[in-house]
Write a protein that binds this ligand. Structure first.
Ligand code: NAD
Length: 499
């Protein structure tokens, strides 16, 4: 079994703790590698080296740093297929979806090529007699990124590209279940010209995360993962005086109005509910049709689409719709939740339990499931299932549907399907969710906007990527300057003012 490494000062470095986590090929269920779990000492050593390297990098002018991003972007493009295959093998998602994972990260690198523009400060000329004010954005120093398993390329790139473009050094702690893509990205950014030590990849679990949170040199933490861990990290980072933005889990609803194009809504629900086996923080897991007729018609349209879904390994070709879930434990948890839905009275219209695939009997596959008549008191509604399970909650009116979304503790993404602009506008205005789709199922904003949920889907300030990232990864310093009259008054050859 391949022993993976950390990536310190531009080199692959073996772990010293003797502790490892197994990395699986979820399609076969086979352990293919082991991730070293760093100790507190290994983390502190990586941070000390990063702090040293950051001094010169932070003093490098922004345009030169942006050129590293340009080269990095070119290298990611060049290695797109290699990165996609690497992440599919550890994560299980299909190859087209894996390329999307790399692409949506690459787009943030592209925005970071414009870092000099984003880092410009403010200026007030003549704020008082002879007084000017100006502000500058300066790097924080060493920052940390802690990322989840479900986007092995995109989210590490969301973290590292803006942090580094702003002149910081970064400790990247990827998910121990999918570390290889981060290690490869670290090699590529060194090849692009990033000085050694400015990006350190330290692998590990809770022990190293706690060491990050307690290390005094680390000024900020950007976290993405589940809500309980996001809240924990936010609390501990804040107690230790760090800047923190911690993005958590989700339960994303789509409202389907009676005037919606139901074929388009059903297509969107199947893609957004089952794509990537439902392991997306922006997956739609709850469909909320308004009116009994809409609900009945929607189920009729969903069932044949769901039954046609092709579930398989990423190696089975580009027409596979989705792959396995991440671990055997995740498969058991999802199937357990499906059983709880049946026990608690929901109608299981399509049952994805006991799904097996010939030749891949040990893979972590879960077939697609559709529930109807789900109510908010059921566990399948309350829990983030993070699997290929779509629940339909029937609403009697638009207001009832909207209240359901408003009352849900999560607020990452939501969508409405309707032909009525007034309803769509009212929904976008009133809903308390960070990212809203109108006839658009997965409204992940483009890289020059920003990404972030509300309520229990995010803790801390500012969103990921876009202009907010440049604010999060820099401190503002504002200078008030007064220059007394000097040499320009002294020359006798000048005409003097008549004062
Ligand atoms: P997770 O919370 O289990 O792990 C995320 C990171 O935290 C990993 O690096 C992991 O090593 C670390 N970690 C895990 N347990 C820890 C603990 N007890 N103490 C300290 N650190 C710990 O999440 P996951 O299963 O890898 O990812 C799936 C979750 O991420 C889902 O809830 C999903 O909705 C969420 N997610 C959110 C967004 C977003 O932007 N809001 C994006 C992607 C995924």
């Amino acid at each position: 079994m391949k022993e993976l490494t950390h990536f310190i000062n531009g080199q692959h470095v073996k772990g010293t703790s003797g502790r490892f986590t197994e990395v699986f090929n979820p399609a076969t269920g086979e352990a293919i590698a082991k991730t070293p779990l760093a100790t507190v000492d290994e983390l502190n050593d990586a941070v000390a080296k990063a702090a040293e390297a950051q001094k010169a990098w932070g003093a490098t002018n922004p345009q030169r740093r942006a050129r590293v991003m340009m080269k990095f972007g070119a290298l990611i493009n060049e290695h797109m297929d290699e990165l996609a295959e690497m992440l599919s093998m550890e994560h299980g998602k299909t190859l087209p979806d894996a390329r999307g994972d790399v692409q949506r990260g690459l787009e943030v690198v592209e925005v970071c090529m414009g870092a000099p523009h984003m880092l410009k400060g403010e200026y007030t000329d003549d704020g008082g007699p002879g007084i000017d004010l100006y502000s500058m954005r300066q790097p924080l120093g060493v920052v940390a990124g802690i990322t989840p398993f479900n986007f092995p390329a995109m989210i590490p790139l969301w973290k590292m590209a803006p942090a580094l473009a702003c002149g910081n050094a970064m400790i990247l702690k990827p998910s121990e279940r999918v570390p290889s893509t981060s290690l490869r990205l670290a090699e590529l950014i060194i090849e692009a010209g990033l000085p050694e030590g400015v990006l350190q990849v330290v692998n590990g679990d809770k022990e190293v995360v706690d060491a990050i949170l307690d290390n005094e040199e680390i000024a900020a933490v950007g976290f993405v993962g589940s809500t309980p861990i996001a809240q924990y990290i936010y609390g501990r980072a804040a107690t230790n005086g760090k800047r923190a933005q911690c993005f958590g889990g989700a339960k994303n609803h789509m409202i389907i109005m009676p005037d919606a194009d139901l074929d388009k809504a059903a297509d969107a629900l199947v893609g957004a509910g089952f794509g990537a086996a439902g392991e997306r923080c922006m997956a739609i897991s709850v469909a909320v049709p308004v009116g009994q007729e809409t609900a009945d018609a929607l189920v009729e349209k969903l069932v044949p689409r769901i039954e046609k879904l092709k579930v398989g390994p990423y190696t089975a070709g580009e027409d596979v719709d989705y792959g396995p879930v991440i671990t055997g434990a995740a498969k058991s948890r999802i199937e357990g939740l499906i059983s709880s839905g049946v026990d608690q009275g929901a109608k299981l219209v399509v049952d994805g339990r006991d799904f097996t695939l010939q030749g891949y009997e040990n893979g972590f596959f879960v077939g697609p499931s559709l529930f109807d008549n789900v109510t908010p008191d059921m566990d399948i509604y309350k829990e983030e299932i993070f699997g290929p399970v779509l629940s339909q909650v029937r609403a009697g009116s638009y207001d009832e549907a909207l209240e359901l979304v408003i009352d849900n503790p999560y607020g990452n993404g939501t969508a409405i399907y309707t032909a009525d602009g007034d309803t769509a506008r009212d929904f976008a205005h009133r809903v308390n969710v960070g990212m809203v789709g109108i006839n658009f199922p997965i409204p992940v904003p483009l890289s020059y906007h920003t990404f972030g949920g509300w309520k229990k889907s995010a803790f801390g300030d500012l969103n990921q990527y876009g202009p907010d990232a440049f604010r999060f990864y820099t401190k503002t310093k504002t200078v008030t300057a007064r220059w007394f009259s000097g040499i320009k008054e002294g020359g006798e050859f000048n005409f003097k003012a008549m004062d």
